[in-house]
Design a protein around this ligand. Sequence first.
Ligand code: F0G
Length: 425
Amino acid sequence: MDCGQQYPVDKIIYACEKCGGLLDVQHDTDYLKKTATHTLFDSRLGTLEAPYNSGVWRYKEMIYPDVSNDLVVSRPEGNTNLYRTPKLAAWAGVETLYLKHEGENPTGSFKDRGMTGGVTQARVLGIDRVACASTGNTSASLAAYAAWAGIEGIVFFQNKQIAAGKLAQAIAYGATGVQVNADFDRNLELVREVAEGLGIYVLNSINPFRLEGQKSIIIEAIQQLRWKVPDWIVVPGGNLGNSSAFGKGLHELYSLGLIDRIPRIAIIQAEGANPLYRSYQNGLKSFEPVHAETVATAIKIGNPVNYKKAIRTLKWTDGVVEEVSDQEIMDAKALIDRQGLGCEPASACSLVGLRKLVSKGIIKSHETVVGILTGHVLKDPEAVMHYHSHEMDGIEPHYANTLHQSDANIDSLREILGKKELTPA
Ligand code: F0G
């Protein structure tokens, strides 16, 4: 993406051999102008035919046009709902808010959209060992897709603060799991180093085929809006893979004439893991990694590998970056959960980040917003239980739903149920 050097798609490579920069999958725009159309993509809605029944491969022409359908590894993923949420919109201060729930993917996070691309590419390359470092969701997804493809999945975990649901998934799906006494950023360096020479294909978001799959989040959201573009897309930022994929996807949709303008992107980071926010504050002039600490363990990342691609997204989309505190994240999550939607802590950045940007006058109340919920509520049950039982360090649960204790008799139950005591919705 920096120096323009090109490599064939069947080469195993993650960084440019000339300049060391990140790689992009480069599409043939002239060819796509003829093949990628609203009519084609709409005609595949509701199809039972694989792989087009997937919310990623419905857009195959824009994701990986040449790959043989027989090689595609799909669960199938995507097809997640876009919820109109008037109560949360009012709380955030806008008239129209849609939340796209990526927790509705097969393993409960948006990572499945990238993993179908990455594991398919492993098959194209004929590789039967794939690996990643992960704060949890990537490993759950990799484990599932590797098992589905009949190849070995290898996952590196940091040895603390990994959400229970994610660790359980990786073990259950049969991945080779390694706990390493290091944080995510160091684990990612280690996995890249060890993979070389062992015939292992790395499926972190440095892998450009992952980001191709993740573009489909935004393509699908816009198709669900009948190809009408929202004013804003709000997304949590950790390793900045999604932010990068969204910018590329929107740029391509626009170049192909599939959308008539580019929406603005707001990337929301946790205050304790905010290197992009800090860089944004100084006009993107410099970038310093940070030591990451946040209750939203999914985005506990201090040195995001996709930093440069995220900057490109900010430029292409006239984007902004905001930060939110752990307190704000957990309260916003409780409100999303309370709608019956549910999400994991990192996802709640979208809602509370939106509220903050509205309060600063950056997002206007009449503007249409799509927020991305990145992971399922069951990914991190401990965060839910600790919040609602007032056991989360440094967090005051403003929307706690306290569990009642009853003796096994009617009087005790009447005493509890006689009072109407709902937490605010
Ligand atoms: N939300 C959730 C639930 C995530 O799991 C992640 C990333 C993000 C947001 C941030 O997305 O990295 O594209 O900016 N989780 C990674 C993992 C890093 O290992 O599962 P990003």
